[in-house]
Design a protein around this ligand. Structure first.
Ligand SMILES: Nc1ncnc2c1ncn2[C@@H]1O[C@H](COP(=O)(O)OP(=O)(O)OP(=O)(O)O)[C@@H](O)[C@H]1O
Ligand SMILES: [Mg+2]
Length: 506
């Protein structure tokens, strides 16, 4: 490793009204290394990146690029200096084609005209490096969110840069995509590029990192060589000693079995529900007081199942009954009327309203269900918002703060609060802990479990098999758009589920 950092900060500070997002942070990034930032939601990771790349200006401190002081007034200036960044909230244009998204702002031209042939060929090449074969002329929004994330990654890695910054690029990806991404990162690293990476996944951190900087409450807690930092120590440094001990103990213990392990009648029962080209006929029962986990790879039909059951997409076969009575779930409104709620995976597109306050975002679904003419009183709104801020540990100044100003993980918690506030009978959670830090993940799922014990039925979708195994009472395994197995959830090993997912191909 060379002795001069390529990028270095001294005493970097930045506050926002009521928050010290960065406090006196020293950081260094060397050429040819992968350096991972870790820390709880709101610790200041994205803020550090934003200050490094000219999105925000620091109030104090300096930034050195290859030893020389720099200050970027805009992200474009940082890009021009060779810093390529994939920000946490992926900023692509859903209506443009895949190829246009990869080359937006830097289209190759021939005699003044955009050279589409070259763009399409090069886009396909870049994606091939990530082992993806997409129709690059299709508009981006025809692809699922994980693929969109891969396109954003393709864009970032296809630019010649000295420094590559990736803020939670893997939050929606499955293991196979992650390993392709890591292959590409290793190649870039070998060519001397410095990579700054952010993730909440501990395994990924150890798989790819040379060094780890831990952030806590806006401060740099420390910098470590990954090989010399045991995982328990890392978690302890992220959350603070006290909590860490409880955390790790919690992890060791199996979750308590639901008291009413087998309810008499399922809340929702699906028989042969299908949609041509989307999902093969599927049977599913969700019991009150139970968590049914859906495990499967990207494209196995997890989200498709959720959308059919909630009436977002129409099933063209099969029947659904609620408490034993056949019902028609043709629209989400029908589903809501039958006590269902759906927390979708794409918080930006289907979830948060950035300009509205935390309070307004939380009461949105509840208000919609009651009907807009029966307004919930201000006092009650505040009470609800404060209750969920406390319960889910949402890090915010107060309930009136616009949700767009929260860190990614905290936005996700608000979205979860929105659906919990409707007090549904059946809750569909699609990747509810996406972008949520390790400690908060346990807290949130414990909270969900507690609701479950009061009779709520949950359909739980997560690409993290460890999480599915840990929280589910039953696990339905999907492969190639059909259900291939259903297991009793308690005491399952991850490997068992992985084998079913892979269908002997592992
Ligand atoms: N533009 C802004 N205005 C006000 N507060 C902000 C703004 N950007 C960030 N913050 C606050 O600064 C703190 C640090 O946020 P940051 O986004 O850096 O966290 P993070 O470590 O990236 O968390 P996550 O893991 O959830 O992405 C949070 O309390 C956040 O609400
Ligand atoms: Mg962040």
């Amino acid at each position: 490793m060379s002795t001069t950092p390529l990028l270095e900060t001294h005493g970097l500070s930045r506050t926002f009204p009521g928050v010290r997002a960065l406090a006196n942070v020293d950081f260094r990034l060397y050429p040819g290394e992968v350096h991972t930032l870790m820390g709880q939601n709101g610790a200041g990771k994205s803020t550090l990146i934003n200050v490094l790349t000219g999105v925000h200006q620091p109030e104090a401190g300096e930034i050195l690029l290859a030893g020389a002081p720099v200050r970027f007034a805009t992200p474009l200036e940082a890009e021009a200096a060779g810093i390529q960044t994939l920000y946490q909230e992926v900023n692509l244009c859903p209506n443009l084609s895949v190829a246009e998204n990869i080359f937006a702002g830097r289209q190759p031209r021939r005699r003044g005209l955009i050279d589409w042939k070259t763009i399409h060929r090069r886009a396909a090449e870049v994606l091939a490096d990530l082992n993806l074969a997409l129709d690059v002329t299709q508009s981006l929004d025809t692809y699922p969110i994980a693929i969109q994330q891969m396109v954003a990654i393709a864009r970032a890695v296809s630019v010649d840069a000295r420094i590559l910054i990736l803020d939670e690029p893997t939050s929606s990806l499955d293991d196979s995509e992650v390993s392709r991404l890591f292959d590409v990162l290793r190649k870039l690293k070998a060519s001397g590029i410095a990579i700054l990476f952010v993730t909440h996944f501990l395994e990924q951190t150890y798989a790819i990192s040379d060094r780890i900087t831990v952030m806590r409450n806006g401060e740099r807690e420390g910098e470590y060589l990954a090989a010399e930092l045991p995982v328990q120590t890392l978690v302890a440094k992220m959350v603070g000693q006290q909590i860490a001990r409880e955390q790790l103990q919690g992890e060791a213990e199996a979750p308590p079995a639901a008291p009413q392990a087998r309810a008499a009648e399922p809340y929702l029962s699906a028989q042969g529900v299908a949609r041509r080209g989307v999902l093969n006929p599927l049977d599913l029962d969700v019991q009150p007081g139970q968590i049914l986990g859906l495990a499967g790879l990207l494209g196995s039909g997890r989200t498709e199942t959720a959308r059919l059951l909630f009436g977002v997409d129409r099933a063209d076969q099969g029947a659904v009954s609620i408490r034993g009575k056949t019902v028609k779930l043709a629209t989400p409104r029908d589903a809501v009327r039958h006590g269902m709620a759906y927390c979708p995976e794409d918080r930006k597109k289907e979830g948060i309203v950035a300009d509205l306050s935390i309070r307004e975002n939380i009461i949105l679904a509840l208000q919609a269900r009651r009907g807009w003419w029966r307004t919930i009183s201000r006092a009650r709104q505040r009470e609800l918002a404060n209750q969920y801020i406390a319960q889910l540990g949402i890090k915010a100044r107060d309930a009136e703060q616009p949700i767009g100003l929260l860190s990614g993980g905290n936005q996700q918690k608000v979205l979860l609060a929105r659906w919990l506030a409707t007090e549904p009978k059946l809750l569909i959670l699609d990747e509810p802990t996406r972008g949520i830090d390790v400690a908060a993940k346990f807290e949130i799922m414990d909270r969900v479990r507690a609701l479950c014990a009061k009779g709520l039925g949950i359909l739980f979708i997560s690409s993290e098999i460890s999480e599915v195994v840990r929280v589910s009472d039953r696990i339905a395994v999907l492969r190639d758009r059909r259900k291939v197995a259903e297991l009793e959830g308690h005491g399952r090993s991850e490997d068992e589920v992985y084998d079913l997912i892979a269908g002997g191909r592992r």
